[in-house]
Design a protein around this ligand. Structure first.
Ligand SMILES: NC(=O)c1ccc[n+]([C@@H]2O[C@H](COP(=O)([O-])OP(=O)(O)OC[C@H]3O[C@@H](n4cnc5c(N)ncnc54)[C@H](O)[C@@H]3O)[C@@H](O)[C@H]2O)c1
Length: 259
């Protein structure tokens, strides 16, 4: 049985990029704690399977197919979500991307692609969601940032983290700023900063022993994280258990930043 402080029954959550990877795992994790779920993703090919999994938990699940880097869509996504679920209490900004290139290979298009999805969409989604949450007496925003927003990995292949780390550092600052803007509206805005997690986005790293071994060696706990290890922090930040916490970033990094 869920402790009442972590109980999300009656809550309505929207997860961006919940069509696979970390977003999908978080969506199912929030449903397992009691929340009804809306997922927005540009790729809805796995929607039936995810819906079934969430419905088996006795929770609603709606999919909204959308490209959140077309920022004019953000308002529509929030109203569709709120209309279908009967309100909005929790937003998880999760959809993100990376380019793996050396500094001189990065194009302006690469820079814009990473920053538009990883940072700019977080601003517009958060703003629209917050305006909706104010109608329902507050809410929670959880931004999936990254350890790379705090500490950049020295990649043995000299691939740069400049666009990605800039976007994630920006998310950490955006989190603080919205937290202050909306402190009096009972909307808590926090970030989760994961280390390297085993997902489709990082499969390529796992297959590359030079990079994989360097990451494991650099991590005190000696391994990548698992997607399921992000569910607990996300439920915590979505629940009453974190009501006095806003503007902070939780490192979920196997001890990386401490060492
Ligand atoms: N995987 C890791 O090791 C790791 C580590 C730290 C932080 N993160 C962060 O976690 C988040 C999720 O990462 P992941 O590994 O699950 O990624 P992923 O690539 O597996 O999933 C990203 C999801 O976002 C969706 N998406 C992409 N562009 C979109 C758009 N324009 N509009 C709507 N949806 C879109 C994709 O279709 C996909 O379902 C990202 O913000 C990432 O930076 C990942």
């Amino acid at each position: 049985m869920t402790h009442y402080l972590f109980d999300l029954n009656g809550k309505k959550a929207l997860v961006t990029g919940g069509g696979r990877g970390i977003g999908k795992t978080i969506a199912i994790g929030l449903a397992s704690a009691g929340a009804d779920i809306a997922i927005t993703d540009i790729d809805i090919s796995k929607s039936t399977e995810i819906k079934e999994e969430i419905q088996k938990l006795g929770k609603k699940c709606v999919f909204i197919e959308s490209d959140i880097t077309d920022f004019s869509n953000c308002k529509q996504i929030i109203s569709e979500c709120s209309m279908n679920l009967g309100g909005l209490d929790i937003l998880v900004n999760n959809a993100g991307t990376n380019v793996r290139k050396t500094v001189n290979e990065v194009t302006e298009e690469d820079w814009d692609k990473v920053l538009d999805l990883n940072l700019k969409s977080y601003f517009f989604m958060t703003r629209e969601a917050g305006n909706e949450m104010k109608k329902y007496n507050g809410g929670k925003v959880i931004n999936i940032a990254s350890l790379m927003g705090w500490s950049v990995f020295r990649n043995p292949k000299k691939q740069t983290y400049a666009p990605y780390a800039s976007s994630k550092g920006g998310v950490i600052s955006l989190t603080r700023s919205f937290a202050i803007d909306w402190a009096e509206d009972n909307i808590q805005v926090n970030a989760i900063c994961p280390t390297f997690i085993e997902t489709p986005l990082t499969n390529v790293l796992k297959e590359d022993h030079l990079v994989y071994d360097a990451i494991c060696k650099r991590t005190p706990m000696g391994r990548f994280g698992k997607m399921e290890e992000l569910i607990g922090p996300c439920i915590f930040l979505s629940s009453e258990a974190s009501n006095l916490i806003t503007g902070t970033s939780i490192l979920v990094d196997g001890g990386w930043y401490a060492s």
